[in-house]
Design a protein around this ligand. Structure first.
Ligand SMILES: Nc1ncnc2c1ncn2[C@@H]1O[C@H](COP(=O)(O)OP(=O)(O)OP(=O)(O)O)[C@@H](O)[C@H]1O
Ligand SMILES: [Mg+2]
Length: 241
């Protein structure tokens, strides 16, 4: 069973007299363990698609199966439940709380789940270690570089052991070196833990870290590209030796 399956998904925004078709009959199937990039011009519907996949929004028409369950008809409370339990989000502008230090930010999703303090702290420390930020636990966002803030945001996305990570232009606000660090973290999560990752990006060199690229145009899937995975093959052949 695929992790997610969108069938003929459309999303129409109605604002006053004007209606905008942001997505039109999108069909997309994603298996567990895939790393996917979504590309396309500004306004082509990338964020709209990611928001529907992430249960932040619902299709206007069409169906969305997540782990075999229909989510398009669920109410706000149930959607929030799915988000909190199964989905880790990473945004271009980090969305960290300024008043909390790195560890406090990473603990937040666990607080929403009602987890006790000791367990929360242990998990947050491990998640920060996984992104190489053990020594920045007590720093607030204003005391961290952009790249470090994004790594805290990734730790926050990971700490609840989600079924997938969704990232909307995760490197859009970063210099190229910090962007590469974020990509190497995604690569490692995908390869070593089989984490499913779907990212939106404008940059080809970022998109090409994935195994598959979906190109959107005017709300429609224009084409798909499967990317060769020379690095994976290389690592596997080294292991075999
Ligand atoms: N909340 C909203 N209300 C009305 N129209 C919206 C809303 N959100 C997006 N749109 C419209 O839907 C279309 C797709 O928007 P979307 O944000 O998905 O594009 P995008 O591909 O993510 O663009 P960008 O690369 O600029 O982030 C655009 O024409 C946009 O104006
Ligand atoms: Mg967008």
């Amino acid at each position: 069973m695929p992790l997610l399956e969108l069938c003929d998904v459309s999303r129409i925004y109605k604002t006053g007299q004007v209606s905008v078709t942001a997505l039109k009959n999108v069909n997309l199937t994603v298996d567990k363990g895939e790393f996917i990039s979504i590309m396309g011009p500004s306004g082509s519907g990338k964020s709209t698609l990611l928001n529907i996949i992430g249960c932040l929004d619902r299709p206007s028409t069409g169906t969305y199966l997540f782990s075999g369950n229909h989510v398009e008809k669920l109410g706000d409370g149930k959607l929030a439940d799915i988000r909190n339990r199964f989905i880790g989000f990473v945004f271009q502008s980090f969305h960290l709380l300024a008043d909390l230090d790195a560890q406090g930010n990473v603990e937040l999703p666990l607080i929403y789940r009602g987890m006790g303090r000791k367990e929360r702290q242990k998990k947050a420390i491990a998640a920060l270690e996984a992104v190489g930020l053990s020594d920045r636990r007590r720093h607030r966002p204003s005391q961290l570089s952009g790249g470090e803030q994004q790594r805290v945001a990734i730790a926050r996305a990971l700490v609840g052991e989600p079924a997938m990570i969704l990232a909307d232009e995760p490197t859009g606000a970063l210099d190229s070196v910090s962007g590469q660090v974020v990509m190497s973290i995604f690569q490692r999560l995908n390869r070593e833990q089989g984490m499913t990752i779907i990212q939106v990006t404008h940059a080809k060199e970022i998109a090409h870290h994935a195994q598959r690229v979906i190109y959107l145009r005017d709300g429609e899937v224009e084409r798909e590209e499967k990317l060769p995975q020379p690095l994976v093959a290389e690592v596997e052949s080294l292991k075999a030796k």
